[in-house]
Design a protein around this ligand. Structure first.
Ligand SMILES: Cc1cc2nc3c(=O)[nH]c(=O)nc-3n(C[C@H](O)[C@H](O)[C@H](O)COP(=O)(O)O)c2cc1C
Length: 414
């Protein structure tokens, strides 16, 4: 059930040090890429079917292709290491145990898209991982894997790590780029046609840490090897996380298509004291909730979660046992979203706070049925009227909690 592609070196002692990393296969793909045309690498990634692992699951190949052309421009790669979604703690494992895998993936990617400057945007609270990345980057420069004429090739690359200031919204790729440009982290309007992102007006690719860390395997082993795992439409593997009421919480790599319940029972060791699963948030807190009786045939891939009315998100499952009172969970999440709404769009700024205040009123015993109706109305108004998907996600979360566990909410009101 478990596979080790991205997590292959996690258990090796001192795997973050360059000597150990190189001994265990890191930077091997550099011997291959400089023999190939950049376009060939883009095709290889496209054929692998690799999907972005930052939450949306967009095919990486399609995004890389948008970077083609613009030959006379400075191009950038920005790696999204913001990882602030509650329930999500996978990228930091890569940065802690195998930072050289990420750096190697960045070199491969930059060569393929012809970018000579790259950034890692890391969440402000990740002080340890920020230091670890910088140490690994220094080692890579000393070995000649970064900087001018990498391994004697014509290709040069510089990587800079940028620390965020603790704003969840800066994980949204366009807010991230605004922040990286030194501005307030407000998401940008999306263009009608597909195009790359823009950093200081230049074409830019934004990918998640785990997406980029998957690249060396695809280059070393070929796209078919990657596709041999997972499903037709969700090929490969993902670092799936489990937190909450499981005996063995943590991050484990498994192929897409793995049964959710088997993963929780076999890898997660089941629920403490043999209790029942009441609910699961499948992939970080922005995914709609599933009841325990809805997950029997759910598999861990984009299509199955969609069929079951939720999303795979970041693959970080939050497991809740039968003793959990769902309105408490909803309130906990709403406080987070209330705090983190960037305030740019009125439906989000006002709507999230309003719902949070109403929930507080309901939980303190002063609420009415009408307050629940108002929350549902406000949630409806937050959907589809904002620059980014923060508010629509909060809206869907709220509606799913109330509609899937109505008795618990109505038990609180007069
Ligand atoms: C509110 C919000 C927060 C996000 N936070 C993250 C994050 O912390 N890390 C991440 O990789 N993607 C995050 N995303 C998704 C990014 O916008 C973007 O889709 C992703 O970085 C693209 O990389 P990928 O295609 O490799 O997944 C977030 C999106 C939203 C709307």
């Amino acid at each position: 059930m478990l596979v080790k592609i991205v997590s292959k070196n996690f258990d090796i002692k001192d795997s973050h040090k360059i000597e150990i990393a190189v001994k265990n296969g890191r930077y091997k793909s550099l011997d291959k890429i400089f023999e190939l045309k950049p376009e060939t690498l883009v095709d290889e990634v496209d054929k692998s079917g690799l999907r972005g692992k930052g939450g949306g699951g967009a095919p990486a190949g399609g995004k890389w292709k948008l970077m083609q052309g613009y030959e006379d421009r400075q191009k950038y790669l920005v790696v999204n290491a913001d990882e602030s979604e509650p329930g999500t703690f996978k990228d930091r494992q890569i940065m802690e145990y195998d930072p050289h895998l990420l750096i190697e993936g960045m070199i491969d990617t930059c060569y393929a898209i012809k970018a000579t400057k790259a950034y890692i945007y890391i969440r402000g609270e990740y002080a340890f991982w920020h230091k670890r990345l910088n140490e690994a980057i220094d080692e890579a420069y000393k070995k000649g894997f970064l900087g001018k004429n990498i391994k004697g090739s014509d290709f040069s690359l510089d990587i800079t790590v940028h620390r965020g200031a603790g704003a969840y919204i800066c994980g949204e790729k366009s807010a991230l780029l605004e922040s990286l440009e030194g501005k307030r982290g407000h998401p940008r309007l999306k263009p009608h046609q597909k195009e790359p992102e823009w950093y200081f007006g230049e074409p830019t690719l934004v990918n998640n840490v785990e997406t980029i860390a998957s690249i060396p395997f695809i280059i070393n082993e070929g796209f078919e090897a990657y596709r041999s795992y997972g499903t037709e439409r969700s090929p490969g593997t993902m670092l799936f996380g489990m937190s909450g009421h499981v005996n063995n919480p943590g991050i484990y790599e498994a192929p897409y298509g793995t049964s959710m319940i088997e993963y929780i029972q076999k890898i997660g060791g089941g629920i403490p004291e043999g209790k029942k699963i009441k609910a699961i948030i499948p992939g970080g807190s922005s995914c709609t909730i599933l009841r325990g009786d809805e997950i029997d045939d759910v598999t861990l891939d984009y299509e199955s979660l969609k069929e079951h009315g939720s999303t795979l998100g970041t693959g970080g499952m939050i497991v809740m046992d039968e003793d959990v009172f769902i309105p408490d969970i909803t309130k906990n999440l709403l406080e987070f979203y209330h705090h983190e709404s960037c305030g740019q769009c009125t439906p989000c700024r006002e709507g999230v706070g309003w719902s949070d205040r109403l929930l507080q009123k309901i939980l303190s015993g002063n609420g009415t049925k009408k307050d629940i109706d108002t929350i549902l109305d406000v949630a409806d108004l937050m959907n589809g009227k904002t620059v980014c998907v923060f508010a629509p996600a909060v809206s869907a979360v709220l509606i799913s909690h109330i509609k899937k566990f109505p008795d618990e909410f109505y038990s609180l009101v007069k």
